[in-house]
Design a protein around this ligand. Structure first.
Ligand code: FES
Length: 105
């Protein structure tokens, strides 16, 4: 569905190395995390809490929440709204993650 433009059509954006599930990937400066995940060949970046089905970036503009990932240890980050940064660690989000919000019982 999504594919990068050929290198000769792109500007000379410098490479930014990020880790995706522990493996290095050369993203481009200015890429969103979701764009980098798609460029790396990963169509899914999370699994659903209910069924475990894979989900991947869809809207690329902060509406669908199908791009949730763990970024530098913080869960529930919308990958399409976060720009890559050198050394950033991105992990596939599996099911529901702890939001950090505690409910009173
Ligand atoms: S791709 Fe839809 S919110 Fe990120």
């Amino acid at each position: 569905m999504f594919r990068r433009l050929p290198d000769e059509l792109l500007t000379s954006a410098p490479a930014v190395t990020i880790l995706i599930d522990g493996r290095p990937f050369a993203a481009r400066a200015g890429d969103s995390v979701a764009a980098a995940l798609l460029a790396s060949g990963r169509p899914a970046c999370r699994t659903t809490a209910a069924s475990g089905d894979p989900r991947g970036p869809f809207c690329m503009m902060g509406v669908c929440f199908d791009c949730l990932v763990v970024i530098d240890g913080r869960a529930n980050q919308q990958g399409c709204l976060v720009a890559v940064a050198e050394g950033m660690e991105v992990e596939t989000q599996k099911g529901a993650r702890d939001s950090g919000i505690r409910r009173r019982t």
